[in-house]
Design a protein around this ligand. Structure first.
Ligand code: TYD
Ligand code: MG
Length: 470
């Protein structure tokens, strides 16, 4: 059969395939994300044509193949006792579900410059220090650049090898020959396969390259980390379209000018995706933040109006954080409203609730809301904290520094239940808070509150307002 190279279109966001170009992707509903790529099926259809030839027709061929294959019963399947290898970083191990699994493909995505290479170099350092054989392949930096970064991170030991290469055909040979236990590919957007035709970083290349790595990982039982840059615009294919091919997807998030970084699991075939790892970027690499609450609250002003401690859940982990609100008189024109680190529309909604249900007037006031520490939280449990911070600043009366607040606020001004109330209270007690204001309905879920903390249940925002300045 002639190897006609058909073209096919892919969505560069979600990988949706189509025979023709489309303005909007039916998969992820994004606009203008379709790009042209040579069909990956050219090779596969060749194989299919062969088997169809044997069977006479495609349908018969499929039947014949099905006759050769034997489906198994669940009880016939043997499980290999899963061995986990620690990466030497507790925060990362937790996100991975308890350490690395042999033969797995892990995608680490994130904005350029966020610290992906640094994180993985530190992982390699820990693994080689523990006696594992590791190969770090960079298509972005020269060996001397890697050396410069490594020098910042400290001592290296053991079998950690470096290679600067972008041809996956050559890389495959090296991996098969050197037999490392773990490999880092930094980054997938620089890798290419000769036979794929298009330029490195294009949708077709990225898919083909990942396919090659997937096969290498499974056949040789090697854990492979793939670095993928997230690109908002441009021709490079984003890591999102690889998500379905790999076993684990981790995103490294944070603002570039704030040292706080969150590693979030969004897909994990070997564990839960509810976990996050917290790191801080320092002069000598990433350091783990074992107690994010303490970190987020460091620097909180004492006795300042408009500052309230609230609690968000990052996976199954409670993180205390500081909500700041500043309400001041508008000097001229339209009142300004800004929300940094949280949802702007939610803040407007809460302002409207305060106007209508608690009789506070903001129409001639500028309102600024900020979550300190440069993190983003869009959790309804922050509502009550935002409302109290707004009211505290509006009245210019500080709230008790030893008080933590959580609860969702509804349009009638009612304070509604939130999940994991007990965990949040425990975290507040652990950090020495003496009072916790929470939805009244949550009180019954905490039969035995921790020592030293007083729980005050509120039913609506009016009741919460009465607690300010007491
Ligand atoms: P990098 O790991 O190169 O990011 P990525 O691979 O995601 O593109 O991280 C780059 C940034 O991290 C760079 O701005 C410098 C900073 N950095 C530190 O602050 N401390 C360090 O020890 C290292 C190695 C980097
Ligand atoms: Mg990098």
């Amino acid at each position: 059969m002639a190897k006609a190279r058909a073209t096919i279109f892919f969505c560069k966001e979600c990988g949706h395939e189509s025979a023709k170009w489309m303005g909007q992707c039916p998969g992820c509903r994004a606009w203008n994300t379709f790009v042209e790529a040579p069909s990956q099926k050219a090779g596969i259809s060749g194989v299919r044509a062969g088997s169809a030839g044997r069977g006479g027709s495609t349908a018969a061929g499929r039947f014949l193949a099905a006759g050769e294959l034997r489906p198994r019963l669940l009880s016939e399947i043997e499980t290999s006792g899963e061995v986990r290898i620690s990466t030497g970083m507790e925060e990362l191990d937790r996100v991975l579900g308890g350490g690395l699994v042999g033969g797995s493909l892990v995608l680490v995505g994130g904005d350029p410059g966020i610290g992906k290479s640094t994180l993985l170099l530190q992982v390699c350092r820990n693994l080689s220090g523990d006696g594992h054989r590791i190969l770090y392949i960079s298509g972005e930096e020269s060996l001397s650049q890697i050396r410069l970064r490594a020098d910042r991170l400290g001592e290296f030991s053991g079998d950690l090898f470096f290679l600067c290469e972008t041809s996956l055909d050559l890389i495959s040979d090296v991996i098969v020959r050197e037999k490392p236990e773990a490999v880092v590919i930094d980054s997938i957007q620089t890798m290419y396969r000769e036979d794929a035709g298009s330029a490195p970083g294009s949708v077709g290349q990225v898919r083909e390259s990942t396919q090659t790595l997937l096969r290498l990982a499974k056949e040789n039982n090697i854990t492979i980390f793939i670095v993928g840059h997230v690109t908002k615009e441009g021709t490079m294919a984003g890591p999102r379209m690889l998500e379905h091919m790999v076993d684990t997807v981790l995103y490294f998030e944070g603002e570039r000018n704030v040292p706080y970084r969150i590693l979030r699991g969004v897909k994990n075939r070997f564990g839960s995706t509810n976990e996050i790892g917290v790191f801080e970027m320092r002069g000598n690499g990433l350091s783990e933040v074992a107690n994010p609450s303490e970190y987020m609250l460091s620097g909180k002003p004492e006795g300042a109006s408009g500052s309230v401690t609230a609690c968000s859940m990052e996976g199954t982990r409670p993180v205390l954080l500081e909500i700041q609100a500043l309400v001041c008189r508008t000097n001229f024109g339209m009142p300004r409203r800004t929300a940094a680190g949280t949802d702007y529309n939610r803040v407007n909604l809460l302002l409207a609730v305060l106007e209508k249900r608690a009789g506070m007037h903001f129409s001639d006031c500028d309102v600024y809301v900020n979550i300190a520490g440069g993190i983003r939280v869009n959790e309804p449990s922050l509502d009550l904290g935002i409302v109290m911070a707004l009211a505290s600043s509006h009245r210019d009366v500080p709230v008790d520094d030893q008080m933590m607040v959580f609860g969702e606020v509804g349009l009638s001004g009612e304070v509604r239940a939130v999940n994991m109330a007990e965990k949040r209270v425990q975290e507040a007690a652990k950090l020495g808070f003496t009072t916790c204001i929470l939805p009244d309905v949550c009180l019954s879920r905490i039969p035995a509150p921790p020592q030293g903390i007083r729980l005050i249940g509120v039913k609506n925002v009016r009741e919460a307002m009465d607690l300010i300045g007491r």
